[in-house]
Design a protein around this ligand. Structure first.
Ligand SMILES: [Zn+2]
Length: 245
């Protein structure tokens, strides 16, 4: 009996220690999510690199038209010029999240620079919406230990993706390219599973062209399209194992 009590106490102590760990002691305290619940027919559309009016407005219009809520990972440098779009994203019921200020690869920056990248974007979003973001996506999905520690400091859960739309291009001729749009649709619809987080963009590429068909096809397959916060509601991110460190 005493032995069982001892084991019980040890378990409690170890949980308390984990809970109290500072990010520098235990980097895994930072949360990294690559997918939602794989047993629920929910998927999340996520749009990176905005807000850019020529791409973001058509996408926001389509989402409104279909009654879909999504997640926008915005770049601070762009957000600064388009507070109206930041406001619209939140006012429409979408999640807004931090995609850094300058869109540099964070694993090539110093701690101070990484800190500024997260802080400046959080400040811009908060100044327009009154809310501080709780999610971030490092450009290119690239991060290291320092990035995780800085994200933890700002209470930001890192959100990766499990399906890549491959929709981004800097070649403007693809903006209205129907063939490219069809490729994006079949890439997403063909590989989508329960709990997937779908990486898309609103900063280049024929995403808006593909979006109505993506929404209709995913719904036809029985998926509910939700925000990241909705996707993770029943499964807090700390239950998911970090894929990288
Ligand atoms: Zn990006």
């Amino acid at each position: 009996m005493t032995q069982r009590l001892l084991v019980f106490l040890l378990i409690i102590i170890s949980f308390a220690t984990i809970g109290a760990a500072k990010p520098t002691d235990n980097v895994m305290a930072a949360k990294v999510v690559w997918t939602g619940d794989k047993t629920r027919p929910q998927v999340a559309l996520t749009f990176d690199d905005g807000p850019k009016p020529e791409y973001s407005i058509p996408i926001l219009n389509i989402l409104d038209q279909f009654g879909v809520k999504a997640t926008f990972f915005v770049i601070g440098r762009e957000a600064r010029w388009h507070p109206d779009l930041i406001y619209r994203i939140v006012d429409s019921g979408h999640d807004i999240a931090n995609h850094t200020y300058s869109h540099y690869r964070l694993d090539s920056l110093s701690r101070k620079q990484i800190d500024e990248e997260f802080a400046a974007t959080n400040d811009i979003i908060k100044s327009v919406t009154g809310k501080t973001p709780i999610y971030a996506r490092p450009p290119g999905g690239r991060f290291n230990r320092v990035v995780l520690e800085e994200a933890y400091k700002y209470g930001l859960t890192i959100i990766g993706w499990s399906v890549n739309a491959g929709d981004y291009t800097t070649t403007s001729k693809y903006f209205r390219d129907t063939k490219k749009a069809e490729e994006i649709v079949s890439r997403i619809v063909g590989s989508c599973h329960d709990g997937d987080i779908i990486l898309m963009h609103n900063g280049g590429g024929p995403t808006a062209q593909a979006l109505p068909q993506i929404i209709m096809s995913l719904r036809k397959k029985g998926f509910e399209l939700v925000t990241i916060s909705e996707l993770l509601k029943k499964n807090p991110p700390n239950i998911f194992a970090a894929k990288k460190n």
